[in-house]
Design a protein around this ligand. Sequence first.
Ligand code: MG
Length: 401
Amino acid sequence: MGAGSDRPAYVGRGRYGVNATRLAGRPCRREDGPLRIREIRVFAVELPLLEGRYAWADGRAVERFDSTLVSVATDDGLVGWGEVCPLGPAYLPAHAAGARTGLAEVGPALLGCDPRDLDLVHRRMARALKGHPFVKSALDMACHDLAARAQGVPLATLLGGTDGEAVELYRAISQDTPEAMAAAVARYRDEGYRRFQLKVGGEPDVDIERIRAVRAVLDGGEVLVADANTGWLPHEALRVVRAVRELDLYIEQPCATLEECLIVRRACDHPMVLDEIVDGVGALLAVWRAGAADVVNLKIAKLGGLRPTRLARDLCVELGIAMTIEDSWGGDVTTAAIAHLAHSTPEPFRFSATDFNSYVGRSVAPDPVRRVAGRIRAPTALGLGVEIDEEALGPPILVVR
Ligand code: MG
């Protein structure tokens, strides 16, 4: 497409790259024909934690998030956005600097590609870089945003269509003293949350007290998950689950491996959630074959983007496994992607989701996804449904064109 007066009306323009046609609620593209990726920009975005610190098992903690946003632009001016935000460098095999280095490696492989050809996008990324699913996740997310915008629908439509009114959120409670964690649960409950993910995985006797203190402030209909984030050895996990046997709660990812978690599973009356080890379809099937989990947590970046996460989600529905739809962390873009994927997941299979952008003190969109009464909905605008304030991002750290 040419520039100037020949430029079609759907070409992105203005502060947020918003175009007049989109604002009118009609599809972005008026013509059929190929879209071609022309430019990829990468932005580093620091997201400070509102609570100042987020701590979990084994003494690990972060005080800010080092997030990476990518914009993918086509030759006729459509722009899609993606985000990848590891939970620091020591949670999953992913780190922020690695995301940016990897994007420089993978980005050129997508130039000229039609972002709607999502299988081809992934084949090209796989040929350019083996593994490193978190790197590919941001590009996959931006291509999904573009594909939905080009089709003139919200992303949730591409992902199967929304089911139900809204998605229940969980609130993660940073590891602290039992009293402080109980107080945090009471505070977030006042904000509307009814599901809580308690960060344990520390010294077993203290974890037992953490669980008891928090369960004591919750009502029967409220959900408590004790998430050890792989922090216990089996003997420690066994002590904890035996000590809290009479309490209503879920146990999440007690140990590092499937085999260790199965030792706990066989001795445990509580429903089990597995998270860190569910990093692909093969791992999901291994969990299912072993009967190791009642719920799995699907993190978009951990699985390599919305396409592989949707595959795992649809498989979970077929296998009868409930899910938490989430990511490693992130801001407004990640939260919108979670909202679309979660809201398009059949309601009976939605255990929970999360609004990561509510934990951080920086927004990159003037009208981001926000929860109402502890729940979120998929935006109804086109694509991800968030328009990015590019002026607030500063200059890109990498441009591929
Ligand atoms: Mg977890």
